[in-house]
Design a protein around this ligand. Structure first.
Ligand code: HPA
Length: 270
């Protein structure tokens, strides 16, 4: 993998992706952050050597280099999911590239279902810890020890200092920000009632189909990492309504302005 990484990084450096400080993965609910970035360079995923092969859905996927809140950032507009058929190594390849470009911090957003029924759709949740239910690890491959420690410590996968800052920013801006445990499943099907009951029993506050692989690799590379979920549906097994994907997208969009404030204000401080 090292040779592939070098090739990708050389290409991006040659394109002018110089010394980003922060990496951002724009998930559902943060797409509009792009409007706040002073774009210096961009590269379509299709054109970046060794990037996961684009699917139709990904014709718009782009890596952006620019300035945001006074910092240089590399931003993934569009991410890869295991449910699209990518391997966990593919899904996390861009994190390895962003690290080699020079980032010290990775910030991630996603959409998630609320398992904790005190949390309501349209609200935000800061991820404090996670449970990996994707069935494997992005670190389970031959040669991983040449890229970082194989037995990566996960005692504090989300940076405590960044999370404290997020909470202070939320308070100062009157934003309701819950804190909890995010469980990642493969998807793309949503969960059954029995699965929602199980998720609650094992200690999850929210469930989604992303983020955990990227956070594991960020920890493998000793990056500081943080993630915020926008809660798009309420997963009440006793009263479960069929989920409408358009409803999920609409709730994510509604929370977007708050998510943008959190990220912009945070980036000023790191
Ligand atoms: N389950 C899994 N992923 C999700 C959900 C959910 O209920 N909502 C948004 N992403």
């Amino acid at each position: 993998m090292i040779k592939y990484i070098e090739e990708t990084v050389d290409y991006l450096k040659g394109k002018g992706f110089e010394t980003p400080e922060i990496g951002i993965i724009l998930g559902t609910g943060l797409g509009q952050l792009i409007e706040h970035i002073e774009i210096i360079k961009e590269a379509s995923y299709n054109h970046i050597p060794n990037f996961p092969t684009a699917t139709v859905e990904f014709h718009k996927g782009k890596l952006i280099y620019g300035k945001l809140a006074g910092k240089t950032a590399v931003v993934m507009q569009g991410r890869f999911h295991v449910y699209e058929g990518y391997s966990l190594q593919d899904v996390t390849y861009p994190v390895r590239i962003m690290e080699k470009l020079g980032i010290h911090t990775l910030l991630v957003s996603n959409a998630a279902g609320a398992i904790n029924l005190n949390f309501k759709k349209g609200e935000l949740m800061l991820i404090e810890d996670h449970i990996n239910l994707q069935g494997s690890s992005p670190l389970a491959f031959k040669g991983v020890e040449f890229l970082g420690e194989r037995f990566t410590d996960m005692s504090m996968p989300y940076d405590a200092e960044i999370n404290t800052k997020f909470k202070n920013i939320a308070k100062a801006n009157n934003i309701k920000l819950h804190e909890g445990v995010y469980a990642s499943v493969v998807g793309p099907q949503l969960e059954t009632r029995a699965e929602y009951r199980m998720l609650k029993t094992i200690g999850a506050d929210a469930v989604g189909m992303s983020t955990v692989p990227e956070i594991i690799v960020a920890n493998h590379l000793k990056l500081k990492a943080a993630a915020v979920s926008v809660l798009t549906d309420e997963c009440d097994p006793g009263n479960l309504e069929p989920v409408d994907i358009n409803d999920i997208i609409a709730h994510a969009a509604k929370a977007e302005p708050e998510m943008i404030i959190l990220f912009k204000e945070l980036i000023k401080t790191i």
